[in-house]
Design a protein around this ligand. Sequence first.
Ligand SMILES: [Zn+2]
Length: 172
Amino acid sequence: MSRKYPKKVRKEFARKLAAAEAFVETWTNTGLASSLITDYTCTLTCEEAKTYSALMRSFGYVNTASSIIADHCEDCDVPSEHFDTDVWTVDVGAMTFDPKLKQEVADLGWTLVLNAEHPREAEAKAEDAVRAHLHANGLTLKPGVFINVSEIKPGEPGSLALYDWIDMREAA
Ligand SMILES: [Zn+2]
């Protein structure tokens, strides 16, 4: 580090870091760090879980950090918010309609794999892609019916789904 801080500031940084380190070491040695949520049925907010996990991770306790997030996700309303990824797998269903024949075609489903910064963006992109796909095939959604996003998961689908998904990822 080339930038110099005044001695007073450096002392303050050192004091805070030592306190954080002592906290992390004590909580990991007693096991409380990884069992707080499960043993004490302690419910953390998303931000509490994120910052708690990040603190453990920054001191090298990667497994503890992961289990804090996993335990939090058991009770979290938006668990997909906690996955650090830019690739999402989105399962989408739609009741389709043929405007020429004026009749329902089928209840179709797609698994889309795409890039997005967060699950809400992935959901919006998947819906747009399905609309575009239907339009290109001369179809629409059944009137009054919405696109149904049934699941958003981080990452790519497993190998079992290899031939079933539509890869929309941007080339790196
Ligand atoms: Zn959460």
